[in-house]
Write a protein that binds this ligand. Structure first.
Ligand code: KG4
Ligand code: ZN
Length: 333
């Protein structure tokens, strides 16, 4: 079954064709990053306009790169939640029209579940496992019992981890989006140059919840101290020290959740799962007997292949969406 997956929830206009849920025949990602760069963040109105201009070409290019024609597409899947509403609506309505024209099944997909599923396309893990979703909009630690069975154990109570990377980078004028820049600069920095406060574990009912706003503020305030003449102001040292703390805070909760749940498998997903420190730290956990899986870099950030991959699972179970389905900016319950 050739599933066309469409993803337009934020600033990537993407379409992919995945065969039988595993074989990625194409995964076209047209990024709008350069066009949002002058504003140092995604401008929602601009994002939806660009999706409108690009979507038809991106979809046709995904089908052509797969070596197929429209008639070879067996189902159409699209992200319809959560994300920027205007952007979601472009992909959703295009997908509805495309599915109706081809007269093939149509299904809407939750972006967060798709990020959590992405690693399964390439390196399937047996269920259950601990899911770690780390992106620009979300930070979630969860117990994953099946592709559609997810129990949230902990989330951020303020900024998402990727948002903290982006805001720190923006404040220091390092570039946009910040995650990948901080990752790169950190390679030549001293992670112990600054001791930023990493929020300790919560006591009480929500031990796996996490807060990034205190760390973000501490790193940003450090810049003001530079004006007072403090040394070691290299962006490399700031980046490495921030990254070490941000990743360390996450891993502390991941380890606690593994201890408490007795899960022995871990899967990460989302844009920040591309972070080299997080990847190497997770990989290291294999030495402790854990089975670890994360997506290849192209499947970490937003992409159509993860939508098509997860859609295949639903479609195989007979699930379909109606054309009355709408988009939602919010996380589903
Ligand atoms: O999953 P994604 O493409 O979009 C959302 O659903 O949010 O994630 C984008 C986020 C951005 O915050 C970006 O800075 C971050 O992922 N990111 C990284 C890296 N690559 C992307 N953060 C840290 N290290 C990276 N290498
Ligand atoms: Zn995403």
């Amino acid at each position: 079954m050739n599933v066309l997956g469409i993803e337009t929830s934020c600033d990537e206009c993407s379409a992919a064709v995945v065969r039988d849920g595993r074989e990625i025949l194409s995964n076209v990602i047209a990024t709008q990053i350069e066009l949002h760069k002058p504003y140092e963040g995604v401008v929602p109105e601009l994002a939806s306009r660009l999706h409108t201009e690009w979507i038809a070409q991106v979809v046709q290019s995904a089908i052509a790169k797969a070596g197929l024609t429209n008639d070879d597409i067996d189902a159409v899947a699209v992200t319809n939640r959560p994300g920027l509403l205007g952007s979601l609506l472009v992909g959703l309505n295009f997908a509805k029209g495309f599915a109706a024209t081809l007269n093939v099944p149509f299904i809407t997909i939750d972006h967060i579940r798709a990020h959590l599923y992405a690693s399964q396309i390439e390196h399937p893990l047996e269920y259950p496992y601990l899911g770690v979703l780390v992106s620009g909009g979300h930070t979630v630690i969860c117990r994953v019992e099946g592709y559609d069975q997810i129990e949230v154990l902990g989330t951020t109570i303020d900024d998402a981890i990727g948002e903290a990377f982006d805001k720190v980078a923006k404040h220091y004028g390092l570039g946009y989006p910040g995650g990948v820049v901080i990752d790169r600069l950190s390679k030549n920095g001293n992670p112990n140059a600054f001791l930023f406060p990493g929020a300790g574990l919560n006591k009480g009912d929500h031990p796996y919840d996490i807060s990034y706003s205190g760390l973000k503020t501490a790193v940003i305030n450090q810049l003001d101290k530079f004006w007072d003449g403090e040394s070691e102001k290299s962006p490399e040292n700031i980046s490495a020290s921030f990254q070490r703390t941000a990743v360390g805070m996450l891993l502390k909760r991941v380890r606690l959740a593994l201890d408490d749940t007795k899960l022995v498998r871990i899967s990460a997903g989302g844009g920040v799962a591309a972070n080299s420190l997080l990847r190497s730290e997770l990989k290291n956990m294999e030495k402790g007997g854990f089975e670890v899986s994360f997506p290849s870099l192209k499947l970490c950030t937003d992409n159509g292949a993860m939508i098509a991959g997860l859609a295949y699972r639903y479609l195989s179970d007979g699930v379909r969406s109606g054309f009355d389905e709408t988009a939602s900016a919010r996380v589903s319950a």
